[in-house]
Design a protein around this ligand. Sequence first.
Ligand code: GTP
Ligand code: MG
Length: 167
Amino acid sequence: SCKQVKANVLVLGLANSGKTTLVNCLMEAGDQEVVPTVGFSMEKVHFDRCKLTVIDMSGQEKYQPLWEMHYTDAKALVFIVDAANPASMPQAAAALEAVVAHQETQGLPLLVFANKMDLPDALQPAELAEQMQLPQVAQRAFHITSCSALRNEGVQEGMKWLAGQLQ
Ligand code: GTP
Ligand code: MG
């Protein structure tokens, strides 16, 4: 039984956390130069048996109000954190809290990437989960894993969990 799943996946996180770099990994366009996203961009991606429409939002504060426009159609949330930037944790945690508090995201599975693990002193996923108080905040199926979107390491493994949630 190879039922094809179609789903919108919403990719969120602060500016510069690595969202577009990570989405490029899924498109096997990992070597492309990235520029800050303006508004959002949408990409069709095949992963496992899923046909995903990946919505890569801008993390800039002026664009964050756009995130909620995509909640209704989303089947899953990906939240990317720059694990090598500890100073950004409170802001990242606040942004995630606002997302999960929203009525329309209730119950959507949440995948958190601790990105930039290639950099020295990047926080481990467990440390990051503690700083962001993830179990308490998430209140849904969630998974946290580390990756380096720059090196395309750990991205596919994380997405496997998400795909499993969509089956
Ligand atoms: P916005 O679109 O502005 O919200 O940013 P974004 O989250 O899409 O970040 P983007 O993918 O544009 O990456 C921002 C910067 O971080 C770029 O210079 C990337 O090369 C770099 N970057 C992304 N992922 C990694 C990583 O895993 N390791 C390292 N060292 N740098 C990374
Ligand atoms: Mg971007």
